[in-house]
Design a binder for this molecule. Structure first.
Ligand SMILES: O=C(O)C(=O)C[C@H](O)[C@H](O)CO
Ligand SMILES: [Mg+2]
Length: 403
């Protein structure tokens, strides 16, 4: 049995911040786990360093379920993004170790491939509709079968999901939170126009998605769902904040547009009511923020009973370690729906060499034992941590709103 003899954190910023846990065993096997919580990175690093790592030393790395329960129940304090991200990092690293010891990729340990690859969606964004469409056409020609569309809102200086001219989109862009201004009325005018133009230009053979990013009230979300119905979106995401889960009933009552939610969820308890009442179609919870593969499998098993499918979060603030874990999960889980794919920068990929690959609109985790991701610690050390926050959002009258 591989015994855990050391665990340490690698904090690096190859273009953006990542926190990685590396667990080492007495047989020389090592495992990696992503512990990145965008804008709150050092809180997770401290939780791991000060409170989790001391409890790991000497444990049998194969006892993944027992260690998960120990860290979850043993803390007494339950759930929360910092705790669940820390537990996820340990969980991923232990699955990585188990795979390496077995000589198998993790998807084989999870039951084997249930499909040939994971359908992924990429992002197309632009400050005006025409730019978004142009990017979407380019992505379709690259082989993507599903594309998320975001565009600037006329009359607003900036909005979620849209890059500044000539730059890659990276929301955590400032040493202290930047502020943007929001108008629901202006936004609700432009999105149906964007989808109409996209169907006109791209036809019907590509899936189109959209992220509302928690900015609408339930009745406004219902209106958007209804307005987009003629363009058959694959989903609208985070149409309204999900703390009051029953509010999704209102959207359902008015629209058949599929609903995705949950990238900010960290446990099965955040999703239980939504799933059991069939108020959503896709659950966005992902490996790094929802307690690792061990817990995400549990969420997916519950969702499967209600024909809710997975649609894991996969923005660039989730490191290649999470991307690999999400692909092993997606390849093997029965109710897989889609996986978000926002390619990392070359700098990031150089720090985290990996075996997953994109081909013909789908991704595959590869067949290397474990996760199939390593970390180049020398390169990582050349990119020191740089504080960066997500923006905050205000209505035009100054009221603080969801970003
Ligand atoms: O990728 C998405 O769907 C997002 O909403 C990205 C989030 O804004 C980002 O991960 C926040 O850290
Ligand atoms: Mg989102």
């Amino acid at each position: 049995m591989p015994k855990i003899i050391a665990a340490r954190l690698i904090v690096t910023s190859p273009g953006r911040n990542f926190v990685t846990l590396k667990i080492e065993c007495d047989d020389g096997t090592t495992g990696l786990g992503d512990a990145t919580l965008n804008g709150r990175e050092l809180a997770v690093a401290s939780y791991l360093q000060d409170h989790v790592i001391p409890c790991l030393i000497g444990r049998d790395a194969h006892r993944i379920e027992d260690i998960w329960q120990y860290l979850y129940k043993g803390a007494y304090w339950r759930r929360g993004p910092v705790t669940m991200t820390a537990i996820a990092a340990v969980d991923m690293a232990l699955w990585d170790i188990k795979g390496k010891v077995a000589g198998l990729p993790i998807y084989q340990l999870l039951g084997g491939a249930a499909r040939e690859g994971c359908l992924v969606y990429c992002h197309a964004n632009g400050t005006i509709i025409e730019d978004t469409i142009e990017t979407a056409i380019r992505h379709r020609d690259e082989g993507y079968r599903a594309i998320r569309l975001q565009c600037g809102v006329p009359g607003l200086a900036s909005t979620y999901g849209v890059a500044k001219a000539g730059q890659r989109y990276e929301p955590a862009d400032a040493d202290l939170p930047s502020e943007s201004v929001w108008s629901t009325e202006k936004y609700l005018r432009v999105v149906p126009e964007l989808f109409a133009a996209a169907r006109e230009a791209l036809g019907w053979d590509v899936h189109l998605l959209h992220d509302v990013h928690h900015r609408l009230t339930p009745i406004e979300a219902a209106r958007l769902g209804k307005d987009l119905e003629p363009y058959r979106p694959f989903w609208i995401e985070d149409a309204t904040p999900a703390e009051n889960q029953d509010s999704f009933r209102l959207i359902r009552q008015h629209s058949t547009t599929p609903i995705a939610v949950g990238e900010v969820f960290n446990s099965i308890w955040d999703a239980k009511h939504l799933i059991e009442n069939q108020l959503i179609d896709y659950i966005r919870a992902t490996v790094v923020h929802a307690g690792g593969l061990t817990h995400l499998r549990r969420i997916a098993a519950l969702a499967d009973l209600y024909q809710v499918r997975t649609g894991c979060h996969g923005a660039t603030d989730l490191s290649p370690v999470t991307m690999a874990a999400a692909l092993h999960f997606g390849l093997s889980v029965p109710n897989f729906g889609i996986q978000e794919h926002m390619p990392h920068t070359e700098e990031t990929d150089a720090v985290f060499p990996h075996h997953y690959r994109f081909e013909d609109g789908m991704m595959h985790p590869g067949d290397a034992p474990g996760l199939g991701v390593s970390i180049d610690e020398e390169r990582a050390a050349a990119h020191p941590y740089k504080r960066a926050y997500l923006p905050v959002n205000r209505l035009e009258d100054g009221t603080l709103w969801s970003w």
